[in-house]
Design a protein around this ligand. Structure first.
Ligand code: ADE
Ligand code: ZN
Length: 326
C-alpha cells in the first residue's frame, strides 16, 4: 500500500502544534537534571504512565507541570529543535508553532529568553533543514484579559519575531469575548489572529471567535457540526479548521477514531487540516496523526491531496511562497 509513503512525502504545513506539547518525557527529565528542577515523578516511565487523560483540563495540569523544567534559552532551543527534526522527517515544509509565554513568565522566566531560544531554532530549521517555521504567541484563556494585555506589552519589543496570536488553555467558561480588547489591539498591530474554539466548548464559541475576535482560522472547531448555519458559513468563507485527531481521542472529544467527524467535515466542504496539537502527550507527531486518521476513517489519496493543499493554503505565508508549493 503506497498511501503511508504518500502521506509522509507530500509537502504539507502544520498549523496547530504547541511547542511545549512537544516536550518528550526523556527531555523533561534531561532538562530537570540540567537545571536542578525537582519533578514529582520518579522516572520517565512513571511520567509517561500519567498520560491517561479524561478531558482537556486533566491534560493541561500535567502539560504545565512538564513545562516547569524550561528555564534557559538553550532549553527552549533544544525543545523546538527536537520538534523541527521530527517535522522534517514527516514531510512538513512549513510550520506555525504556538508558544505559551505566560506559562514561563509566571515562573520568572523572561519573555526574551523564551522567544530568543525558539527563534534561534526556527532560523536553524530554515538554513539546515529547509523547513520554514514561524511563531504564534498564545494567550492563556484561564488567566485574565489584563494578564494577556500585559503579556502583549512585554512582547512588543519582539513584534517581528512572531506572526500572530492565538488563544488556548481551558476553553469551557472562558469564551472568546473575554479577550475582545486584547485581540482588537493585536488586529491593529497587523498580527494574524487564531483561537481555539469548539474543542470542548460549544459552537457559539466558534461564532464569537469569528465575530468578536475576527480570527482567520479556528483551532479544532470540531463542534461546529452542532450548528448547520455555522458549517455553511465556514464552508462559504473557506475558514480553515486546524483539527487534531489524536488529541481529540486522547482528550475524549471522540471515543475512538472511527467516530471522529473529520471526514464529515471534509465532505461538507470545510477547509480541514490535520495537526498534532501536543505530540509528546497524544501519541504521535504529524505523520502518526495522518496514519491514524486515514486508517480510522478509511480516507484515500484524494483526501490526502486535499488535506495537504488545505494546510498550505491556510498557512500565513505570502501568496508568492504558496504559489511555489501548490
Ligand atoms: N494547550 C495545549 N494544547 C491545548 C489544547 N488542545 N487545547 C487548549 N489548550 C491547549
Ligand atoms: Zn491546541
Amino acid at each position: 500500500d503506497a498511501l503511508p509513503a504518500l502521506l509522509k512525502a507530500m509537502p504539507k504545513a502544520e498549523l496547530h502544534m504547541h511547542i511545549e506539547g512537544s516536550l518528550e518525557p526523556e527531555l523533561i527529565f534531561a532538562l530537570a537534571q540540567r537545571n536542578g528542577v525537582q519533578l514529582s515523578y520518579p522516572s520517565v516511565e512513571a511520567l509517561r504512565a500519567a498520560y491517561a487523560f479524561t478531558d482537556l483540563q486533566s491534560f493541561l495540569d500535567i502539560y504545565y507541570a512538564g513545562a516547569s523544567v524550561l528555564l534557559k534559552e538553550a532549553d527552549f532551543f533544544d525543545m523546538a529543535w527536537a520538534y523541527l527534526l521530527k517535522a522534517k522527517e514527516d514531510g512538513i515544509v512549513h510550520t506555525e508553532l504556538f508558544f505559551d509565554p505566560q506559562t514561563h513568565t509566571e515562573r520568572g522566566v523572561p519573555f526574551e529568553v523564551v522567544i530568543k531560544g525558539l527563534t534561534r531554532a526556527c532560523e536553524q530549521a530554515r538554513t539546515e533543514l529547509g523547513v520554514s517555521a514561524s511563531l504564534i504567541m498564545c494567550f492563556l484563556r484561564h488567566l485574565s484579559e489584563e494578564d494577556a494585555l500585559k503579556t502583549l506589552e512585554e512582547a512588543l519589543p519582539y513584534r517581528d519575531l512572531f506572526i500572530g496570536v492565538g488563544l488556548d488553555s481551558s476553553e469551557r467558561g472562558h469564551p472568546p469575548e473575554k479577550f475582545a480588547r486584547v485581540f482588537a489591539r493585536c488586529r491593529e498591530l497587523g498580527l494574524h489572529l487564531v483561537a481555539h474554539a469548539g474543542e470542548e466548548g460549544p459552537a457559539q464559541y466558534i461564532i464569537n471567535a469569528l465575530d468578536i475576535l475576527h480570527v482567520e482560522r479556528i483551532d479544532h472547531g470540531v463542534r461546529c457540526v452542532e450548528d448547520p448555519a455555522l458549517v455553511k458559513r465556514l464552508a462559504e468563507h473557506g475558514t480553515a479548521l486546524t483539527v487534531c485527531p489524536l488529541s481529540n481521542i486522547k482528550l475524549c472529544v471522540f471515543d475512538k477514531m472511527e467516530q471522529h467527524n473529520l471526514k464529515t467535515l471534509l465532505d461538507q466542504g470545510l477547509k480541514v487540516t490535520i495537526n498534532s496539537d501536543d505530540p509528546a502527550y497524544f501519541g504521535g507527531y504529524l505523520h502518526a496523526n495522518f496514519l491514524a486518521t486515514f486508517e480510522g476513517l478509511d480516507l484515500d489519496a484524494g483526501h490526502a491531496y486535499t488535506l495537504a493543499r488545505n494546510s498550505l493554503e491556510a498557512s500565513f505565508v505570502s501568496d508568492e511562497v504558496k504559489a511555489g508549493w501548490i
